[in-house]
Structures are given as structure tokens and as C-alpha cells.
Ligand binder design. Structure first.
Ligand SMILES: *[C@@H]1O[C@H](CO)[C@@H](O)[C@H](O)[C@H]1NC(C)=O
Ligand SMILES: *[C@@H]1O[C@H](CO)[C@@H](O)[C@H](O)[C@H]1NC(C)=O
Ligand SMILES: *[C@@H]1O[C@H](CO)[C@@H](O)[C@H](O)[C@H]1NC(C)=O
Ligand SMILES: *[C@@H]1O[C@H](CO)[C@@H](O)[C@H](O)[C@H]1NC(C)=O
Ligand SMILES: *[C@@H]1O[C@H](CO)[C@@H](O)[C@H](O)[C@H]1NC(C)=O
Length: 426
């Protein structure tokens, strides 16, 4: 029973399709797409050659897979959708059983040749379509998903807090703007929104916006239309901050702290040298991150070089102070009195008129008081330890140099960091 109904049903279907023009084949035959007609496959689909073919395009960025600062290139996956009007593929849907859409192979019909100028390497993604879609009013649309590597000139001054803009210039290599006009289909804010929605990778880069502009160039003597999509993206700097900027900064802080290590032994010096080595290991990382071809040094380079230099200078200073200390411990100087007066002169120079070393007045700057206490202790130590009043002249000079250097050092570091961060973030 059921089977009989089914057969009857199938037979009725066949009867309907036989009566109307309901198959694609009849439509294709009607449009003349079945016999590889040169007009359909290779010629621009206009009856009057003065009519330009207008191609409407949409470009969506669906992922940013790699940004190569060294090669100045960017690998993305984009979806390009385009549509145009074909004067020969218009049909009346009522004649064809209501068919209003039909997909045919790309090689059966003329398609505009539009390429991306910046492209270095193009690969069709697995989702590349072999088909174009015909609509009954003569509109043809097709869509390609491309994995592209495009050239993009990047400015790395602000690295890693940088924002980069890359262009995708869509242009026909052959057709002039009198034959082929390229126009955007959606506006920029819509593209930005849909790209963000379609974004598949959560990589290092965040898509900020896609902007559209038009232009033209003349290569073959005729003007050619260009449609330029500018994608703006922002680097997520977190990794670089954690991995690089903060360690370097901490080493600098440790170096500042190392001034409070007793400088009479060799400990301070070896600590500073260790810090210097640690920083130079980090500098090796920088080499991998930045292109060697950069015309001007990026701020991160300045940050590293200046901090490295400052730390190297502080090592030199530690060596010098060590040297003076050693000298102070060895020499039997002749004139302790001269030494003390020279010392008070130095203090007068740094802080205006002052009375004596023993003065503990509160309005003095902290460093000077500390210096004096240190000196007092040195003197006391000298009285206890030495058989005679052995002069600690060199030791005192070394201590003063150390303190003055520390003040200068910390001032330089603060001024440098403030200037740099102002440049970096403002
Ligand atoms: C089938 O298509 C032809 C044109 O190719 C048309 O003349 C005819 O009326 C159509 N038949 C039906 C049943 O729609
Ligand atoms: C072709 O188009 C031009 C400009 O639109 C027009 O002047 C000309 O008459 C057209 N030729 C034909 C044969 O339709
Ligand atoms: C990208 O295109 C815009 C608009 O034409 C242009 O101003 C800009 O210089 C281009 N950028 C690059 C890197 O070529
Ligand atoms: C892109 O457009 C947005 C607004 O739509 C604008 O704020 C931004 O400056 C533009 N970017 C570029 C690179 O032109
Ligand atoms: C090409 O660009 C020039 C300005 O650069 C403009 O005057 C002209 O209208 C443009 N041509 C087309 C077809 O857009």
C-alpha cells in the first residue's frame, strides 16, 4: 500500500518537472552557459562596451595568524565577497518553476580578475568555493576565503605598545576603470563589526577597525580603480611586559638597592656584575623580537641600552670605590688633619656652610646626615682597631663619591624613566 503511494508520488513529481522548466539544466541551456560560448566564459558581460562593469566587494578579516616584524609582513585569513551585474544571465523566474538562484562552476562564466596588490603569497583556504551564484536579475556573487601573506610596512617605535595599520589594495591587473569599477559594498563600521564577530583566533593582535578608501593608479597607460581596505590592529603587550620590560626594570631596582650593600668587601661588585650579566641575557631576547633593519631605534631599544649603560657605569663606580677602599686600608698617610679638613670642605661644597662633622642638625638633607653617621662610624672603627690613628682618608672619599653617585644615579634613572614612559604612552 505504502509503496504504491510512493510510486505514485514519485511519478507525480516527475510529471510536474517534465511539464515546467524546473531543472537547472534547462535554465543553463536557456542562458547558453552549456556550450562554452566565448561571450559567456571570457568576455565582459555587457552588450555595449562603453558600459562599465561595477564590481561590489566586501572584505572580512577572519583571523590574523602571524605578524612578522622582521620580514614586515602579515599573514591573515580574509573572506572576499564580490558581486557584479551580468547582462546575459537575466531570466524570468516564473518561466523556470520559480528558480531564482543557481550555482555554476566558475569556469563556465566570466569572473572579474581582482587581486590584492600587497600579496606576497596566497593560498586558497580549504573552504574556497568552485562556484558562483547566479540570481535571476542578472546578479552574480561569489566568495573566496584566502590565506594571505601581505607586505605591510610597520613602525615599531612604540613596540610593544604599538598599533599597526596594514593595507589590502584590491585592483584588477588588466582592466581599466572604464571597464571595471570596484566599489565597496558595505560600509566600514559594518565590516569592522562583522570581522570582529567572525574573528577566529585570539592571538597577539586585536582588530581595532577596518577602513575603506578608494583610489586609482595608471599602470598600463589607463587609469585603474583601486579599493583600499586598511585594517588597524593593536598588539596585546602583556607577554612582553611580563617577559621583558618588568625583569629589566627589576634588575635596575636591584642595582639601585645594591648601593646599600657594604662596599668594603667584594660582594657589592660581584652582585652588580651578576645583574649586568642577567640583563645582557635579556638583551639577546630583544634581538629576536625586533628587525635589524629599523631606521630609528625603537623606544624599547633605548630603554634597554640606557639601562644597560647605567648599570655598566655603576659597576665602574663600584670598582673605583673598591679601589679607594683598598687604598685606604693600605696606606699610612701622613696628614690626618688635612684629610679631615678636606672632607669638611667637600661637605660645605655640597650643602652650603656647615659647622662640623659631628653636627646632627635635623634640617640637613637625609643623605648628608647618613653620610656623616657613616663617617663617624668609620672614625670610631678606626680608633678601636688601629694601633695608631691610621687615616681613613681614602675610605671617606670613597664613601662620599658613593653617596653622590647614588644621588645622581637615582635622579638620572627617574628622569629617564619618566621621559621614556611619557613618550611611550602619551
Ligand atoms: C519554459 O521556458 C521557456 C523559455 O525557455 C518558456 O517559453 C516556457 O513557457 C517555459 N515553460 C513553462 C512551463 O514555464
Ligand atoms: C553604447 O553606449 C553609448 C554611451 O552610453 C551610447 O552613446 C551608444 O549609443 C551605445 N551604443 C549602442 C549600440 O547602444
Ligand atoms: C594605506 O592606504 C592609505 C589610503 O590610501 C594610504 O594613505 C596609506 O599610506 C597606505 N599605507 C601603506 C602602508 O601603504
Ligand atoms: C578608521 O575609521 C575610524 C572611524 O570609522 C577612525 O576613527 C579611524 O581613525 C580610522 N583609521 C584610519 C587608519 O584611518
Ligand atoms: C582618479 O584620481 C583622481 C585624483 O587622484 C581623480 O580626480 C579622478 O576622478 C579619479 N578617477 C576615477 C575614475 O576615480
Amino acid at each position: 500500500m505504502d509503496l504504491r503511494w510512493l510510486i505514485f508520488y514519485l511519478a507525480s513529481l516527475r510529471w510536474v518537472s517534465a511539464a515546467g522548466n524546473c531543472s537547472y539544466k534547462e535554465l543553463i541551456e536557456h542562458l547558453g552557459l552549456d556550450n562554452s560560448d566565448v561571450q559567456m566564459t571570457s568576455l565582459r558581460p555587457v552588450r555595449n562596451w562603453t558600459t562599465p562593469t561595477i564590481v561590489f566587494m566586501n572584505l572580512l578579516v577572519t583571523s590574523i595568524t602571524e605578524v612578522n616584524e622582521k620580514a614586515q609582513s602579515i599573514s591573515t585569513q580574509i573572506t572576499v565577497t564580490y558581486g557584479w551585474y551580468n547582462e546575459f544571465t537575466v531570466w524570468n523566474r516564473d518561466d523556470f518553476c520559480g528558480i531564482f538562484l543557481c550555482s555554476v562552476k566558475k569556469d563556465m562564466i566570466w569572473t572579474p580578475d581582482i587581486s590584492i596588490i600587497e600579496s606576497i603569497k596566497t593560498e586558497f583556504a580549504t573552504t574556497e568555493s568552485q562556484y558562483v551564484q547566479l540570481k535571476d536579475q542578472g546578479i552574480i556573487v561569489t566568495s573566496n576565503t584566502l590565506a594571505l601573506t601581505t607586505a605591510c610596512k610597520m613602525n615599531l617605535d612604540q613596540f610593544p605598545f604599538d598599533v599597526q595599520s596594514c593595507n589590502f589594495t584590491l585592483q584588477s591587473p588588466i582592466h581599466s576603470s572604464r571597464e571595471l569599477m570596484i566599489r565597496p559594498f558595505s560600509d566600514a563600521s559594518f565590516l569592522t563589526l562583522s570581522s570582529k564577530k567572525a574573528f577566529q583566533t585570539q592571538g597577539e593582535w586585536e582588530l581595532l577597525s577596518i577602513n575603506i578608501s578608494t583610489g586609482n593608479v595608471s599602470t598600463l597607460g589607463e587609469e585603474q580603480d583601486q579599493l583600499i581596505y586598511t585594517i588597524t590592529m593593536k598588539r596585546k603587550p602583556f607577554l612582553y611586559v611580563i617577559n621583558f620590560l618588568m625583569p629589566v626594570f627589576y634588575f635596575l631596582v636591584l642595582d639601585l638597592a645594591s648601593f646599600f650593600i657594604d662596599s668594603s668587601g667584594g660582594e657589592k661588585l660581584s652582585f652588580k656584575v651578576t645583574l649586568l650579566l642577567a640583563i645582557s641575557v635579556l638583551l639577546l631576547l630583544l634581538k629576536d623580537m625586533l628587525p635589524s633593519t629599523a631606521n630609528d631605534i625603537p623606544l624599547i631599544g633605548i630603554y634597554c641600552v640606557v639601562i644597560f649603560t647605567l648599570m655598566a657605569i655603576s659597576v665602574l663606580e663600584a670598582i673605583f670605590v673598591n679601589f679607594l677602599m683598598a687604598k685606604g686600608n693600605q696606606t699610612d698617610s701622613a696628614a690626618p688633619v688635612v684629610c679631615t679638613s678636606a672632607l669638611s670642605d667637600t661637605i660645605k661644597d655640597t650643602n652650603g656652610p656647615s659647622d662640623s662633622i659631628a653636627d646632627h642638625s635635623e634640617e640637613r638633607p637625609y643623605t648628608l646626615n647618613a653620610l656623616k653617621q657613616i663617617l663617624m662610624e668609620f672614625q670610631a672603627a678606626a680608633h678601636q682597631n688601629q694601633q695608631e690613628r691610621k687615616p681613613l682618608c681614602w675610605t671617606r672619599v670613597a664613601t662620599i663619591i658613593d653617596v653622590i653617585f647614588f644621588v645622581l644615579y637615582i635622579t638620572t634613572v627617574i628622569v629617564f624613566l619618566v621621559l621614556l614612559f611619557k613618550d611611550w604612552f602619551l
